[in-house]
Design a protein around this ligand. Structure first.
Ligand code: SAM
Length: 283
């Protein structure tokens, strides 16, 4: 979304999925603000994706729940007191997961962040001061510089959650941002991001549904640009020396005890990266 000056429609879409997943009989998480923020527009965008990629709601729920859990792990086991949400969209973790002494930094494209702040101001009871808001365009700005200018410390460890963003960036922006995270953060920091397979990003030899999904997301103004089947080489080249990657089948099995081949979750991953091994016996 480099050229656009409008707020991210994919961010509104995933907000609608968070609202839906919050209403499951046994939800993996509850986002009490997602319904109001998503509104009719967000639900409409999500409904149109359902026809092309039916497991999106489950995929999103697993992603949110896993990363929510990681916030607790980072605070309790890695002694992290700074949580950075890169490409935050309408993320509400700062409000949902408050911990004493822990600061949340929400970094996003200026157009999306301006819309989010306008939406939050209208919500009764939303603790807008729970996050420090930082604008940054990953295609041309340095997120560490932008964070430091807003009170972030590079000599204290951080958890960086880069959720639902990497697929929408050019490889150049993914690399530039990853290099800055590897070199600019305190070495005890941990970075987490999700990514899609190379085939979906490349757009060749796709199934009809995958082709339709790719086209629809492009029509929303944020084409899928980056995909990888193995991010370890890129992370190594960017300076990381500890990498773990898990696929969404593994997450589904763990969180809902189910597996279905047709979800195609084996092509979607979450990567964890650090410049040093975070703790002994990391699961
Ligand atoms: C699918 S949304 C994900 C939002 C949020 N992380 C979530 O999971 O709900 C994609 C996000 O990436 C951000 N984004 C896309 N391209 C960007 C860029 N070049 N610079 C900064 N942010 C960008 C959008 O503003 C948007 O918030």
């Amino acid at each position: 979304m480099d050229a656009t000056t409008t707020a991210s429609k994919t961010a509104l879409m995933v907000c609608a999925y968070r609202a839906r997943a919050s209403k499951w009989p046994t939800p993996l998480f509850v986002d009490p603000w997602a319904e109001s923020i998503a509104g009719a527009d967000g639900h409409e965008i999500a409904k149109r994706l359902d026809a092309r990629f039916a497991p999106m709601e489950l995929w999103l729920a697993l992603r949110v729940a896993y990363l929510d859990k990681l916030v607790g792990t980072a605070v309790d086991r890695l002694n992290v007191r700074q949580i950075v949400i890169l490409g935050a969209g309408y993320d509400t973790r700062a409000a949902r997961l408050p911990r004493a002494g822990v600061r949340f930094f929400e970094v996003d494209h200026p157009a999306t962040q301006a819309d989010k702040r306008a939406q939050l101001a209208k919500l009764r009871g939303y603790p807008v001061e729970a996050a420090t808001y930082v604008t940054c365009n990953f295609e041309r700005e340095d997120p560490i510089e932008r964070l430091v200018a807003n009170g972030f410390s590079t000599t204290e460890p951080a958890l960086v959650i880069w959720e639902g963003v990497v697929p929408y960036l050019t490889e150049g922006a993914v690399r530039a941002t990853a290099i800055r995270l590897a070199t600019g953060l305190d070495p005890r920091s941990l970075v987490a991001f999700d990514f899609v397979g190379k085939k979906l990003a490349g757009g060749q030899n796709l199934s009809v549904k995958d082709q339709q999904t790719r086209e629809y997301v492009g029509e929303l103004g944020e084409p899928i640009q980056y995909g990888s089947d193995d991010v370890l080489p890129l992370l190594y080249e960017c300076g990381f020396r500890w990498v773990r990657s898990l696929d969404f089948n593994e997450l589904a099995l763990e969180m809902i005890g189910d597996y279905k081949r047709e979800w195609m979750f084996r092509f979607q991953h979450i990567a964890l990266a650090a410049v040093r091994t975070p703790v002994a016996n990391w699961p």
